[in-house]
Design a protein around this ligand. Structure first.
Ligand code: DSN
Length: 427
């Protein structure tokens, strides 16, 4: 009798597990888990998030509407999610020494959009790094909202050194007098001098926004110069080196807090994704641990090892190496394109992305380079010895006259390497 009553309360399809309710979709999720387990992940912007973050992201908080901010919501029943958001904000502030934090942006793109919305009028001038030199879509690409709504001036890398040329950036800033200067990149392998950027911004009366999405984990671990103390705004995603859920965050000075919060809600977004905010809270807690800092150190050491071995094998790296978690290989000298390299590596079980190199003559769908990063493999447990084997496999796969039998052998080496580093064994 009691059992009958319980079962009558919800419909069977409500109680069913995904594998029973939707075997087709469950099958695809299983397939993706197998793909992640079975390949060497070298996309520089990807990572494997922790079990704790996955649990928070898949929690009942997805059910809750909470437009507004803690203590000032447009819905009832927000007492628990208020605590969750307050926890996420407090942890993020502590992690980065921030004055004000907004944890509601759904992505890095929304975070950037909110800063522009708060700070600029349509048609105002921004100065940012060119996409094809390592910048980001939302830093002023013509077809992106940032390139359509604002007057975009850009800076690139020095042709000889493959590095940012701060004197040239200063000249452009003087000439163009932008309202906002944007620092930060998606494919720059060297440390960025945020103090210098802050000085340039001050000298022309511009505000400074740093998009630290790629390096947030390194900043949290004290391994990269910190943009927070010297910038007006800092935006980031939480899923790259930071290893949290797929999402965004804005950090700013207290004096901009009201405008930033208004830009996110009600300016750009409606209900915040409370389950993802919970996952961000978990991510910030983990990012404050000694284990996380050690992993970031290893990520950088792994990148240095991989870069060194690739160069010894004849691969040119933009700027001649790396200081961070990624490198940009220019394949011009070995006579293959970025897309070809991406495909060849995929065939042997290594995932990277084709990427333009500075002054690339090839279109973005082809490119002359690939971007390679070490956050995901380091989370998986790879250290220098494994990176040497990864380099050897990459060099062999990108060599001349690679036969089908060679590819098979290389795929086997990838599988053998991964076998010692099980991913999500309990899922
Ligand atoms: N698309 C990201 C990357 O791969 O770097 C940046 O948002």
């Amino acid at each position: 009798m009691a059992r009958l009553r319980v079962e009558a309360k919800t419909q069977p399809e409500f109680r069913a597990r995904l594998k029973d309710a939707d075997p087709e979709l469950a099958g695809l999720l299983k397939k993706e888990l197998a793909r992640q387990r079975g390949t060497i992940e070298l996309i520089a912007s990807e990572n494997f998030t922790s079990r704790a973050v996955l649990e928070a992201a898949a929690s009942v908080l997805t059910n809750k509407y909470a437009e507004g901010y803690p203590g000032a919501r447009y819905y009832g029943g927000c007492e628990v999610v208020d605590e969750v958001e307050t926890l996420a904000i407090g942890r993020c502030k502590q992690l980065f020494g921030a004055e004000h934090v907004n944890v509601q942006p759904h992505s890095g793109s929304t975070a950037n959009q909110a800063v522009y919305f708060a700070e600029l009028a349509m048609g105002d001038a921004i100065l940012a790094m060119k996409l094809d030199h390592g910048g980001h879509l939302t830093h002023g690409l013509k077809v992106n909202f940032s390139g359509r709504f604002y007057h975009v001036h850009s800076y690139g890398l020095d042709r000889e050194s493959g590095r940012l040329d701060y004197d040239r950036i200063e000249e452009i800033a003087r000439e163009r007098q932008p309202q906002l200067i944007i620092a930060g990149a998606s494919a720059y392998p060297r440390r960025i001098d945020f103090d210098r950027f802050a000085g340039i911004a001050r000298s022309v009366g511009a505000r400074l926004m740093v998009d630290m999405a790629h390096i947030a984990g390194l900043v949290a671990a004290g391994l990269h110069p910190d943009p927070v103390a010297v910038s007006d705004y800092v935006t980031t995603t939480t899923h790259k080196t930071l290893a949290g859920p797929r999402s965004g965050v804005i950090i700013c000075r207290q004096k901009y807090a009201r405008n930033i919060d208004k830009a996110i809600f009600p300016g750009l977004q409606g209900g915040p994704l409370m389950h993802i905010i919970a996952a961000k809270a978990a991510c910030f807690k983990l990012a404050a641990t000694a284990e996380f800092r050690q992993r970031q150190k290893q990520t950088v050491a792994n990148a240095a090892m991989l870069a060194g071995r690739l160069q010894e094998g004849g691969i040119q790296l933009v700027s001649g190496g790396t200081d961070n978690h990624l490198m940009l290989a220019d394949l011009t000298d070995i006579g293959i394109t970025g897309i070809e390299a991406e495909n060849r590596l995929e065939e042997v079980g290594i995932t990277v992305n084709k990427n333009p190199v500075p002054f690339d003559p090839l279109p973005p769908t082809v490119t002359s380079g690939i971007r390679i990063g070490t956050p995901a493999v380091t989370t998986r447990g790879f250290r220098e010895a494994e990176m040497e084997e990864v380099a050897a496999i990459i060099l062999a796969a990108l060599g001349r006259r690679v036969t089908a039998a060679d590819k098979k052998r290389l795929r086997r080496r990838v599988t053998e390497l991964l076998a010692a580093f099980p991913l999500y064994p309990n899922l």
